[in-house]
Design a protein around this ligand. Structure first.
Ligand SMILES: *[C@@H]1O[C@H](CO)[C@@H](O)[C@H](O)[C@H]1NC(C)=O
Ligand SMILES: *[C@@H]1O[C@H](CO)[C@@H](O)[C@H](O)[C@H]1NC(C)=O
Ligand SMILES: *[C@@H]1O[C@H](CO)[C@@H](O)[C@H](O)[C@H]1NC(C)=O
Length: 369
């Protein structure tokens, strides 16, 4: 049967109107490194940075490795939970679908990744921040095709964004003599380069719809167990800590500036540097018995760069600040998250009151309600 063109056009516009709405929830999109990775690197077949062996994940769910570089939850897990938001799955998780994206958001964080493209090249495969933003754009195309442009814009503008990168740009780039950046720059010029790059990335995210965005600052990286082992005195590396402080200061200024100048932007910066520094100096005050060596370690062989099945675990995992040479334990992440929540001041989300795109459909959608 041949239908008149006018009929087809009307039908198409009705169809477009029908799909250009969505009982969209507020979800999160997370950009980060191993501190926020929830499994992306497990699907990068050639990556040398993976948390896919015991005893990673021992205090999370079924206790099997899940891609998180800690024994339990990440800082972003804990903050998202406190805000009443679902935990977004890893972008590379094969079970990710358009419905899952609309319901839970996406996490692009990748162990070894940095603000700079060249950071972490020793790990062979990792998703740098620019790559993570490309994958976010691909996600936007999927959502637009599913719900229509107007509803998609609303969905992405109501979402919460987390950006938590920077440690690797120092530890797995600038501070390692095998990387070109270590001799091309000095402390000051490297931090300018890093923070300018981050500024361009945050503006790009804003142009893609990000409005409520949190940037996590760095902790005292010179005090992670790996750095203590590498230091001649066995103490924290002051130079490395000073780099973290300078990065935090410059990034705080950047984020405040963007929040004032970009339309409708509510961009916040927060760090837990001071609190972590205090815990490391006074572990007992916070209920820790150890704040200078990893709970999961390979006997006396230090540094053991990762936690492996042959490693020995500390007796009480809740009393160790560090889980492995680089990453805090679940209990430590709780302290960091609490401090960040205080700094950000974002209120918990009430999904019942969450703004939904376009008029509510008269009939509940058939999928997940
Ligand atoms: C960084 O990587 C992205 C792709 O992931 C690429 O589009 C961009 O041109 C790169 N930038 C630089 C400065 O190399
Ligand atoms: C800013 O918010 C107002 C009110 O919600 C909206 O009309 C406007 O389009 C927004 N502008 C941008 C650039 O998001
Ligand atoms: C969320 O908002 C709804 C509607 O205003 C209200 O009935 C409900 O009690 C709120 N829930 C929480 C946890 O505040």
């Amino acid at each position: 049967m041949k239908l008149p063109l006018t009929f087809l056009l009307v039908a198409a516009s009705i169809l477009a109107a029908a799909i250009d709405r969505c009982d969209c929830k507020v979800v999160q999109f997370i950009f980060g490194d191993s501190l926020s990775d929830v499994g992306n690197n497990q699907y990068l077949s050639r990556s040398l940075a993976k948390a896919n062996l015991p005893w990673y994940g021992i205090d999370f769910g079924d206790g099997l490795p899940n891609g998180r570089y800690t024994n339990g939850r990440t800082v972003a897990d804990i903050i998202g939970d406190a805000m009443g938001l679902p935990r977004p799955p890893a972008f590379l998780d094969p079970s990710l679908t358009d419905d899952v994206i609309l319901k839970n958001g996406v996490n692009y964080a990748s162990g070894g990744g940095g603000i700079l493209n060249e950071t972490g090249s020793l790990f062979i495969q990792r998703l740098c921040f620019y790559k993570q933003i490309e994958l976010f754009q691909a996600t936007q195309d999927v959502v637009r095709a599913k719900v229509g442009g107007r509803a998609a814009d609303k969905f992405f503008q109501s979402a919460r964004y987390v950006v938590a990168l920077g440690s690797n740009d120092f530890i797995n780039n600038y501070l390692m003599p095998i990387y070109g950046d270590s001799y091309k720059y000095n402390d000051q010029s490297f931090i300018s380069y890093l923070v300018n790059t981050l500024g361009a990335q945050l503006k790009l995210l804003h142009s893609l719809g990000a409005r409520e965005l949190m940037v996590f600052g760095l902790g005292p990286m010179g005090c992670i167990p790996l750095q203590l082992v590498l230091s001649s005195t066995g103490g924290c590396q002051e130079r490395v800590n000073n780099l973290a402080l300078s990065f935090n200061q410059a990034t705080s200024k950047l984020v405040d500036g963007l929040s004032k100048t970009l339309p409708n932007a509510s961009f916040r910066f927060g760090h837990a540097y001071d609190v972590v520094n205090d815990v490391i100096s006074n572990p007992g005050k916070y209920g820790f018995s150890n704040s200078n060596s990893p709970c999961c370690s390979f006997g006396r062989i230090r540094p053991a760069l990762t936690c492996v099945p042959l490693s020995k675990l500390c007796k009480d995992r809740s009393k160790y600040f560090f889980w492995d040479e680089y990453h805090p334990s679940d209990t430590a992440n709780q302290i960091i998250a609490k401090e960040l929540i205080k700094k950000f001041g974002f209120a918990a989300i009430n999904q019942t009151e969450a703004p939904s795109a376009a008029p509510e459909p008269a009939v509940a959608p058939s999928s997940d309600g």
